[in-house]
Design a protein around this ligand. Structure first.
Ligand SMILES: C[S@@+](CC[C@H](N)C(=O)[O-])C[C@H]1O[C@@H](n2cnc3c(N)ncnc32)[C@H](O)[C@@H]1O
Length: 386
């Protein structure tokens, strides 16, 4: 067995989830079927967590599929858990699907920190992930089934249980308003229960920031997303940060089992992007009224280094290094020069004179191709990179 890997729990212990699973899965299941031991679960992004063992040994689940893309961890898990009720599946949910036998199969899809991690990637990764989760959940059968029906739906739809460090304002609309999804989404909070807090660097296999191929793209708020991921890691480390976790409970239903449509991948990508961008604009605006005033008075024409110090707070500079800022600045000035060229080509001569005097894009082209920063450029830069 690999000695470098050991059991590790993100966010909270398996035991702390017992009550939630009892209330939202087992109690409903057992009231409508003969035995609660017919329950199946998918632990998506299982890492080296002991959630699977807890489900089969303590809650009597009949099968738990532990899925992760980290082969080494899964091999370790397989050696650790010698139990026929535990299965292991190595795959990357951005690119692949679970086998068809698991379509509409699970009573519970458990996600402890995995959607949080996936949100640090781009919207296509999040959409693939959510579609995969949805597809795996048992569907609520509308018409009552005969007791000898193989598909043991028993009128209870599968539950996607998300344990998240992120804000409810972000997570709830992400799930509740997912286009095409027929599920009801409930939520609550829970206290974290973690005995041993890991260090960011001594458990690389579980370090979400390394595992997600984070695409940094200013339009996607990429740097803020990396920052958000760092917050998760810091929260693991800091014994003083005991912020309650958000819990989302999405129960799959089906209003009309005969006319079920496939989820639309593009619509879900768009939805993820919209919810994400709206959340950042509302919760962490780069351009507040106060900052606009401050900028106005502190600006003449600054070098980029001076501008960087003026337009970002110390905390923002920690997550956006000067080198990253230069990359964004370069993209910004190139874009503005392109816009200016387009404007110039479509404008009359008098328009050109007006624009040259008034707008920022022309400031950048007048300004040694963006080697300096004016007040207007700073505002536009912050607006575009929100
Ligand atoms: C934050 S950890 C959560 C681990 C576990 N659920 C727990 O509670 O301790 C996220 C896990 O998701 C896995 N993961 C990340 N991206 C993945 C992908 N595209 N496909 C499959 N697994 C992925 C990582 O390898 C990691 O083990």
């Amino acid at each position: 067995m690999s000695t470098s890997i050991s059991p590790f729990e993100w966010l909270t212990s398996p035991e702390s989830l017992g009550g939630l699973i009892q209330d939202h899965v087992l109690s409903l299941k057992s009231s409508s079927s003969s035995s609660s031991s017919s329950c199946t679960a998918l632990h998506i992004g299982c890492g080296s967590s002991t959630v699977g063992e807890y489900l089969v040994q303590q809650l009597n689940f009949s099968k738990v599929v532990n899925a992760d893309r980290d082969r080494e961890i899964l091999e370790y898990m397989q050696q650790r858990c010698n139990d026929k009720r535990m299965e292991f599946y190595c795959y990357d949910y951005y690119k692949e699907k679970l086998p068809n036998q698991y379509t509409e199969y699970f009573d519970l899809v458990i996600d402890k920190g995995t959607l949080d991690c996936t949100l640090c990637s781009d919207s296509t990764a999040v959409a693939s992930f959510l579609i995969e989760v949805y597809r795996s959940l048992k569907k609520l059968a509308i018409e009552s089934k005969s007791s000898d029906d193989d598909n043991d739906n028993n009128g209870v739809g599968g539950v996607y249980l998300v344990i998240s460090y992120h804000e409810l304002d972000l997570m709830l609309p992400m799930l509740r308003d997912m286009p095409g999804a027929e599920w009801t989404v409930d939520y609550t909070t829970m206290e974290r229960q973690i005995e041993t807090l890991p260090s960011k660097h001594n458990n690389n296999n579980n370090n979400g920031s390394n595992n997600n191929g984070s695409n940094t793209n200013t339009n996607d708020n990429g740097k803020e997303k990396e920052d958000r991921n760092d917050n998760i890691i810091q929260s693991q480390q800091s014994s003083t940060t005991r912020k309650p976790l958000n819990v989302l409970i999405a129960r799959r239903c089906c209003h009309n089992s005969n006319i079920e449509k496939e989820l639309d991948f593009n619509a879900i990508c768009q939805h993820v992007e919209t919810v994400n961008n709206r959340w950042f604009q509302e919760e962490q605006p780069l351009l507040t009224d106060k900052r606009i005033q401050e900028l106005k008075y502190s600006f003449s024409i600054l070098s980029l280094e001076e501008g960087y110090d003026v337009i970002f707070t110390a905390a923002e500079r920690e997550s956006l290094t000067y080198e990253h800022f230069l990359e964004d600045w370069s993209a910004f000035t190139i874009q503005n020069e392109t816009d200016t060229d387009t404007d110039t080509n479509t404008s009359s001569n008098s328009d050109i004179t007006d624009k040259t005097n008034s707008n920022t894009s022309s400031s950048s082209s007048n300004n040694s191709s963006g080697m300096h920063m004016t007040y207007e450029m700073a505002l536009n830069f912050l607006r575009e990179n929100q």
